[in-house]
Design a protein around this ligand. Structure first.
Ligand code: KG4
Ligand code: ZN
Length: 339
């Protein structure tokens, strides 16, 4: 079965082609256009600009994927696309395109939850995890711990009560004068920071539950920046390091706690912040001690992409979830994965 995947929920246009066969499947081709440079001038994503850019990019990306895979549109069996959550206008571009294409081809569509794409994304790698597993989902909009028993069977174990981990990285980066999107820039600055020079609180580390809260951490950084006043490069790096150490310790500890609670030995780390090297280092060290296997998506599939949407669509079809007749559709800008 040949499934086209389309992702347009935020500032990345992604298109991919996934072929699922009994006993396995494979990604045939994928193409991505990031709008990061366009939004950087404004210090964040401008929704209307995002929608317009998706309109411009989607057909060239589709052509690229077809050319790279050597497949034709007529060979497609279904079109999967991100139905939500995300920016309403941006989602509408992908959804309208997918539904129109599928209508023209006389094939069904599979509306996909963006977070489902993220948490299944390690299944695209050479060493995919088996079910069940615990997933730590850390993106710009979400921070959640999930118990995943099968495709479509997700139990929310805990989540952030305020800012998402990526949002905390981005806001703190802004405070330190770094450009949008700040996560990777802050991580690079933290590499030059000295350990133990600046220590921030570990929010909710001992709360006993699996929830998170990161907005206080951002305020603690702001207070420290004001106290110091004149920030030289080394002090900025020390603050970045202190911030990263705090957030990473909380994420890693709670992920381990979730594994203990569920009695599971497999952990998936997905979403943009999953690309953070310090987070990976801490998680690798702790999971090795606890004899837990940890699975990350390939770096290129940590942030938003079409491959994870094509995969989620194909797995949904394979596991018996009905496809939708193409035509009538709605997007879901706010959409919980569970509940
Ligand atoms: O999953 P994603 O591409 O988009 C959402 O669905 O939100 O995640 C983007 C987030 C941004 O907040 C970005 O700053 C953060 O992931 N991010 C990082 C790193 N790479 C991306 N945060 C920390 N360290 C990184 N290396
Ligand atoms: Zn995402």
């Amino acid at each position: 079965m040949l499934v086209l995947g389309i992702e347009t929920s935020c500032d990345e246009s992604g298109v991919a082609l996934y072929s699922s066969e009994a006993g396995g499947g494979r990604l045939l081709a994928h193409a991505l256009h990031s709008q990061v440079c366009m939004h950087a001038d404004y210090g964040g994503v401008v929704p209307e600009l995002a929608s317009r850019d998706h309109v411009r990019r989607i057909v060239p990306l589709l052509r690229q994927v077809l050319a790279a895979s050597g497949r034709r549109l007529e060979e497609l069996d279904a079109v999967a696309y991100t139905q939500g959550p995300g920016l309403a206008g941006a989602l509408l571009v992908g959804a309208a395109f997918a539904e129109a294409l599928a209508t023209g081809l006389g094939i069904p569509t599979v509306p996909v939850h963006h977070l489902e794409g993220h948490l299944l994304s390690p299944l695209l790698s050479h060493d995919p995890p088996a079910f069940p597993f615990v997933a730590l989902l850390v993106s710009g909009g979400h921070t959640q711990l999930m118990r995943v028993t099968a495709v479509g069977a997700y139990e929310l174990l805990g989540e952030t009560l305020d800012d998402a981990a990526g949002e905390a990285f981005d806001k703190t980066a802004k405070l330190l004068g770094l450009d949008y999107p700040g996560g990777p820039a802050l991580a690079a600055l933290a590499d030059r920071g000295r350990p133990g020079q600046v220590v921030f609180p570990r929010p909710m580390l001992r709360s006993g539950d699996l929830d998170f809260s990161f907005s206080g951490l951002k305020t603690a950084v702001l207070t420290r920046v004001r106290e110091i006043g004149d920030l030289d490069e080394q002090r900025r790096a020390d603050i970045a390091r202190g911030f990263q150490e705090a957030i990473v310790e909380v994420l890693a500890s709670k992920a381990l706690r979730a594994l203990r609670r569920c009695g599971l030995k497999r952990l998936v780390v997905a979403g943009g912040v999953g690309a953070n090297r310090e987070l990976r280092r801490q998680i690798d060290a702790r999971t090795a001690r606890a004899r837990v296997s940890v699975y990350y998506p390939e770096l290129e599939f940590c942030t938003d992409n079409g491959a994870m949407i094509a995969l989620a669509g194909a797995l949904r079809l394979q596991s018996g979830h009905a496809a939708k007749p193409a035509g009538c559709f709605a997007v879901r800008p706010r959409w919980p994965l569970t509940g």
